[in-house]
Write a protein of this length. Structure first.
Length: 472
């Protein structure tokens, strides 16, 4: 009779009974020897011999008993070794599942989301000591993880779910980023069937995840979690003439850290270093121009084309979400503007262009709709991006730098704002309309908090009076 293997099969049920059988066999063998001696007189074993054989058989039986016990113990131990491992594996799976159920990104509108947004916008500015290791550029999920350490006060009861340790949303100008941008623009437009589950409104991260899944050579890195809110960084600049009222306005704003000096970074452009404390001046060759355009404005586009070129050489624009050009006599409120530029808080575009624009091409912001008074809508250069406040997203400005040659009208004979607006439209950049309190266009009171810029206020007194009304 053979024993069954232990492990995946059942452990022997009656080892004691089997030992009894083995011992019984030994006894029977011994009895047979004695019986044989009884029927064969004179040829049987001596008493000493019989005792020796008896001892030998019993010894064999005991050895067999030890073998059975050893085998049984070994097999049971193997079985028991497997059982805890299985239980441990199951426990780890259950624990991981429970952790997964506990984690999750805050949802727009819930208490945790509001806490995180406040921390990213106001809290980090007023109390940076509350957010050790974080900056205004830290991700939403990093702030949420921090706030989840104190759920009673912050209402953040869950930490964000983990992504791959080496996850990274790639830079748009990297090899992978360039491929993702092509997917978002040309690829999806020509072959939407290549991108199941995606639309022309899907995020950069969603397209990167698709690229990573299908081409790990080009995109070896998995993207991080898509952030439900992302602090918008502003790189602001103004062109300041060395002679006249503009330098006085710029100096007063710098002293109070308002206007462009409340942006995340800023630069001045002029024909010489203006010596403004802590602010770099990028020098261009000329800021004088004569004559008028057909619309009665200054044909100053060539001056500003040189200025925009100085910005790309400087390179800091590339570190920010938006580049803002503001005139010295424009009362700019960067914090208010930043709120309007958030992707999920932008106002509805009441003048959408007659074509779809992929997100990868970015946006520019028009602000003057005089044509509405003539009964017209989008077209013939309207609505315009009046030059007192020019707002261009990172991706849109990158497209301008890459594609303006041969595609953009001018710049000769054009005002700088008309040139830039027409150029961005020729490149297919997305648009967003946000009316401002610009009295050169439709106008607006400084007390109207729907605006984030007011223009023109050409002396220090009127500039700061408007600022006080706007922020009261």
């Amino acid at each position: 009779m053979q024993e069954s293997d232990v492990g995946d099969e059942e452990v022997p049920r009656h080892p004691v009974r089997r030992l009894a059988v083995i011992s019984g066999v030994a006894v029977l063998l011994y009895a047979g020897v004695v019986a044989a001696a009884a029927v064969m007189p004179g040829s049987g074993p001596s008493k000493l011999s019989l005792q020796g054989e008896k001892n030998e058989l019993i010894s064999e039986a005991l050895v067999s008993k030890d073998a059975v016990n050893s085998t049984r113990k070994s097999k049971i131990e193997k079985a028991e070794e497997k059982k805890p491992a299985k239980k441990m594996h199951e426990t780890e799976e259950v624990k991981a599942k429970m952790e997964e159920e506990k984690c999750g990104m805050a949802v727009k509108g819930d208490d945790c989301y509001n806490s995180v947004v406040w921390a990213m916008t106001d809290g980090i500015k007023k109390h940076p000591e509350w957010y050790e290791g974080l900056t205004q550029k830290s991700l939403f999920e990093e702030f949420q993880a921090h706030l989840a350490l104190n759920p009673k006060d912050t209402k953040c009861t869950r930490k964000p779910c983990k992504t791959a340790e080496d996850c990274k949303t790639v830079a748009p100008d990297s090899a992978c980023g360039a491929g993702v941008k092509w997917d978002m623009a040309d690829g999806f437009a020509k072959h939407p069937e290549w991108y199941p589950g995606l639309t022309n409104k899907s995020s950069f991260e969603e397209f990167q995840r698709h690229a990573h899944k299908n081409n790990k050579t080009l995109c070896p890195i998995e993207p991080c979690n898509q952030q439900p809110f992302q602090y918008q960084t502003l790189f602001c600049w103004m062109a300041v003439q060395a002679d006249g009222y503009e330098l006085g306005l710029a100096s007063a704003q710098l002293e109070k850290k308002v206007g462009i000096f409340a942006c995340d970074d800023q630069v001045i452009i002029s024909t010489k270093d203006l010596g403004l404390d802590g602010v770099q001046t990028l020098v261009i060759s000329n800021m004088q121009v004569g004559g008028y355009t057909d619309g009665g404005t200054s044909p100053n586009a060539p001056i500003f084309v040189e200025a925009w070129q100085k910005l790309v050489e400087d390179g800091r624009w590339n570190d920010h979400d938006w580049t803002i050009k503001s005139d010295p006599d424009a009362v700019l409120l960067p914090d208010r503007l930043r709120g309007y530029l958030l992707p999920d808080q932008q106002p509805e575009n009441i003048y959408p262009p007659p074509y779809d624009t992929p997100k990868s091409k970015g946006q520019f912001v028009t602000n003057c709709d005089k044509m509405a008074g003539w009964g017209k809508g989008w077209g013939d250069g309207w609505p315009m991006m009046y030059g007192s406040l020019e707002i261009i997203s990172h991706d849109a400005l990158a497209l301008y730098y890459e594609g303006r040659e041969g595609k953009c009208q001018g710049p000769g004979g054009l005002g700088e704002d008309a040139y830039m607006g027409l150029c961005l439209r020729a490149l297919g950049v997305g648009e967003l309309f946000m009316r401002q309190g610009d009295n050169v266009c439709a106008g607006g009171a400084c007390s109207d908090k729907s605006f984030s810029s007011y223009h023109p206020y050409k002396d220090v007194g009127s500039w700061f009076d408007c600022y006080a009304q706007a922020t009261r």
